[in-house]
Design a protein around this ligand. Structure first.
Ligand SMILES: C[S@@+](CC[C@H](N)C(=O)[O-])C[C@H]1O[C@@H](n2cnc3c(N)ncnc32)[C@H](O)[C@@H]1O
Length: 391
């Protein structure tokens, strides 16, 4: 495939992250053409897709548009897909999968369009080259994405394969871990750039701390991954990719050497959580940048200089649990008030009723989704002498 041909690139993300994804794209020098709740579009090349896969923190997948067409029936879908020169895209001994998102009257089984696309691909390759690639559900090799809305179809090469949020450092998930792209979005939304202290009590498996460390040392998360879908393309220039990786790594090391190390404190009451966080940070190559503590959140070290503090307490489902959590949220309010003066405090929660128990006035509520749970990142300006809001 031509690495320099420009086309529409759709970068997907979870609900709530699009503004942060847009900001990342702009910082990387791209002009945003279009943006919606779960995706942002730019015009760029396949080579740009390699850079995007390497650098983006808040994205899910980088999709390179192969063909756009109108289509009413599965037969038309097959014919349109078959016109694409697949013999130049997929090696005959490669494996691929097709993921479809379909909302059209003629289809009620979303597996069916994926099968039609697969048939068109293998039939074309078999006809031209006498042998057919293998296909199935795994996302570890080539991945294609079909978006079929009414009579409009778009077929993409998903250059990422597995979601970019799957950074591959989380070997020990512990309980209720945040997705890495969401954790990065929270850290970015909190305005953290590595220049001041960041304190993360209730750190669980350490996702927020690890993403903060990666941001502080400006290390692109894609450097942690060894496999992307684009690497499986026919005649893919692996040397070009390796040199892009090497150059990025060199630049990252140079930047880190020039700046002073960040101050990141991650704590949790559960020893096993800290064990998991430590191991995950080690896998991510940032364990040396984080100070870990096993303690109640209220005893976490809070450096006096001021900075950012973020808590991600449980939201609770069962009644007994909620009553217990009400006390925890109330204690967080007291902790903010008594120990965190001079900080910007944040609570990430999916339970607004519990959030009220904090009893402090929020200065901002940033909407996010954690899976299908609507959440908020609540911001508290903890100026010295801030008053607990009597409710
Ligand atoms: C929702 S999880 C955090 C998940 C984390 N953001 C991640 O990505 O893995 C909440 C964490 O708060 C911790 N926790 C609960 N009560 C605590 C307390 N009183 N002090 C400190 N940590 C506490 C739990 O052990 C758990 O790891």
């Amino acid at each position: 495939m031509d690495l320099n041909k420009q086309t529409t690139i759709l970068i997907t993300c979870s609900s709530g992250l699009a503004p942060f994804l847009q900001a990342e794209l702009t910082a990387l020098g791209f002009t945003v053409d279009n943006s919606h709740d779960t995706g942002v579009e730019v015009t760029a090349s396949l080579y740009d897709c390699l850079r995007l896969n390497l650098h983006l923190r808040t994205a899910y997948n980088v999709l390179y548009l192969l063909k756009e067409f109108t289509c009413e029936t599965p037969g038309e879908l097959y014919e349109n897909v078959r016109t694409i020169p697949w013999e130049n895209i997929i090696p005959v001994d490669e494996y691929f999968t097709v993921i479809s998102r379909v909302n059209t009257a003629s289809i009620d089984n979303t597996m069916f369009p994926s099968l039609k696309v697969k048939d068109a691909i293998v039939d074309r390759v078999a006809q031209r080259l006498g042998s057919r690639p293998d296909s199935g559900p795994k996302r570890d090799n080539l991945v294609f994405g079909l978006y079929w809305q009414k009579n409009k179809c778009r077929l993409y090469l998903n250059t990422s394969g597995r979601k970019l949020s799957d950074r591959s450092y989380r070997k020990m998930p512990h309980t209720a871990p945040l997705r890495e792209s969401l954790a990065a979005g929270i850290i970015i939304a909190a305005g953290y750039d590595g220049s001041g202290p960041i304190v993360l009590p209730m750190c669980g498996s350490g996702t927020l701390a690890i993403e903060a460390a990666l941001i502080a040392v400006k290390r692109p998360p894609g450097l942690l991954r060894t496999n992307f879908s684009f690497m499986h393309l026919k005649d893919f220039d692996i040397e070009l990719w390796q040199s892009l990786r090497r150059d990025t790594l060199k630049q990252t090391k140079k930047t880190a050497a020039k700046s002073s190390p960040p101050l990141i404190i991650a704590a949790d009451i559960d020893e096993l959580a800290i064990e998991a966080a430590r191991k995950n940070a080690l896998t991510a190559g940032v364990e040396h940048l984080i100070d870990f503590e096993v303690c109640d959140f209220a005893d976490t070290t809070v450096p006096p200089a001021g900075g950012i503090i973020i808590l991600n307490p449980e939201y609770g489902r069962r009644l007994g649990q909620i009553q217990e959590l009400e006390k925890t949220y109330d204690r967080i309010g007291n902790f903010f008030k008594q120990k965190c003066a001079g900080y910007i405090g944040y609570i990430f929660t999916g339970n607004p009723a519990l959030a009220k128990k904090v009893g402090l006035r929020t200065s901002r509520k940033i909407p996010f989704y954690n899976g299908d749970i609507e959440c908020r990142l609540l911001k508290y300006e903890l100026y010295k002498g801030s008053k607990k809001n009597p409710r």
